[in-house]
Design a protein around this ligand. Structure first.
Ligand code: URP
Ligand code: ZN
Ligand code: ZN
Ligand code: ZN
Length: 448
């Protein structure tokens, strides 16, 4: 796709694997309420060879067409998760969900495409992409890649151009945290922002002040706080707000758009609100954990329970979640990701004596659609059209894959989900499809 939009002038490349429909399949989804971000109507959707051919009421078809009755149900574009980490090597281990198990979980939860982060190998973008292309060979659904930038020199600058012009990667992430591993300093961030601007690519940031986090961690250990609660105490919202403000100002200085990943605090959200109000192009991505959970789990006396909630930036004290929900409904934040990055209890136990060694990350790829529906639509905070926008359409627009993805219109890919608003099931680790043995959303409810 080589369309341009308000954020990226560069197109995205993605793997197209299967889509659940084999070629020459003819399918009619009949009588449902077809919901797009801009419109909804009761209509039939006719699909041929994985492409939507017609969206109209009362379509007549021949006998060889498979018919699904969707009366009383919502027919919507499949979810697109803008933020996942499958088969990622991180903190001395590797995430337990790979491109097969993570995608199987995604599909079970109504997400039909995800965008994962390529991590360079020894700073090399080309080697990083080769490694992720290998990992992604076991894919069972559509995916795309962002690319992390962990060092900057002439070869990285050149490789960024190759990524955009030849590999279809149009978004680059800069980690302002994880001192000693992925973190970049302001000088590198500025170089990266300038190169994003010149390539028409979108810069993304993990916004926490990594130097101050390092200091906060030392303080906790000196105080004898070694449990999972030390993770949250060592990296308060203040440090997320500072890094968000800094990244926004530097992007403003370079005059290039910025995408802030996993907005977890009021502090960070307010910086985004302020920038947007002043006319700066800043996108804010809350993740489902930050929207629906609070930090109480981190204080559980059972290590296995508390450690499963460890992610960065941390899940915040009660109150941040409600305010982030409000910011999603009023448009300050635009789309919902997951940051799905899962480690099992054995991996989390690497940090049993020291919270700094607990691999960071929580699940969500399977639960995102359910929990956004449950928390935002059922409560009346957003409409069904907005649900489609924040779980699918906006992501497709930002990363240049709209309207092939993110819409049920003639000519689009048939990445379609059907949701029954009258159904209900309980989310738990026994029945989920991820390989991990815990679930941070245990006991919450979803729709089938
Ligand atoms: O805890 C997290 N978020 N793990 C994944 C890496 C990242 O920062 O996105
Ligand atoms: Zn597809
Ligand atoms: Zn991050
Ligand atoms: Zn992440």
């Amino acid at each position: 796709n080589s369309q341009s939009n308000q954020f990226c002038e560069a197109g995205i490349g993605y793997g197209e694997v299967g889509c659940g429909l084999s070629s020459s399949t003819k399918l009619l989804i009949k009588g449902g309420t077809v919901v797009n971000a801009h419109h909804q109507e009761v209509a039939d959707v006719y699909v041929e060879d994985g492409i939507i051919v017609a969206v109209k009421p009362d379509l007549k078809v021949t006998d060889d067409v498979k018919v699904i009755d969707a009366t009383g149900k919502f027919v919507m574009p499949g979810g697109i998760d803008p933020h996942t980490h499958l088969a990622m090597e991180f903190m001395g281990t590797e995430t337990i969900d790979d491109f097969f198990s993570g995608q199987a979980a995604a599909l079970a939860g109504g997400t039909t495409m995800h965008i994962d982060f390529v991590i360079p190998v020894n700073g090399s973008l080309i080697a990083g992409l080769e490694s992720y292309e290998e990992k992604a060979k076991k894919s069972c659904m559509d995916y795309g890649f962002h690319m992390a930038i962990t060092k900057f020199d002439d070869s990285v600058s050149r490789d960024m151009e190759i990524m955009v012009k030849e590999k279809g990667i149009n978004s680059f992430k800069f980690f302002l945290a994880y001192k000693g591993s992925l973190m970049v300093n302001d000088e590198l961030l500025l170089e990266g922002l300038k190169q994003c601007k010149s390539l028409g690519a979108l810069a993304m940031v993990h916004a926490e002040n990594g130097d101050a986090v390092f200091e906060g961690q030392k303080r906790m250990i000196q105080l004898g706080i070694t449990g999972p609660e030390g993770h949250a105490l060592s990296r308060p919202p203040l440090l997320e707000g500072e890094a968000t403000a800094r990244a926004i100002r530097l992007a403003g200085f370079v005059n290039t758009p910025l995408y802030v990943v996993h907005v977890m605090s009021i502090d960070a959200m307010e910086e985004i609100a302020k920038a947007r109000k002043s006319g700066q192009r800043v996108v804010g991505e809350p993740v489902v954990s930050g929207l629906v959970l609070d930090d109480s789990g981190l204080w559980d006396s059972d290590f296995a329970t508390a450690s499963k909630f460890v992610m960065s930036p941390p899940i915040r004290a009660a109150g941040h979640n409600k305010v982030l929900q409000g910011a999603l409904s009023n448009g300050v934040l635009q789309l919902v990701g997951t940051d799905h990055c899962v480690f099992n209890s054995t991996q989390k136990a690497f940090g049993i004596d020291d919270f700094r060694k607990i691999p960071n990350g929580v699940n969500g790829i399977e639960e995102r659609m359910h929990l956004v529906w449950d928390t935002m639509v059922e409560s009346g905070q957003i409409s069904v059209n907005d649900f489609v926008r924040v779980t699918s359409t906006e992501c497709a627009r930002i990363f240049n894959i709209y309207p092939r993805k993110g819409a049920i219109i003639t000519g689009s890919d048939a990445d379609i989900i059907i949701l029954n608003p009258n159904s209900s099931f309980e989310i738990n680790a026994q029945s989920h499809h991820s390989r991990t043995d815990t679930n941070v959303y245990e006991g919450r409810r979803g729709k089938l």
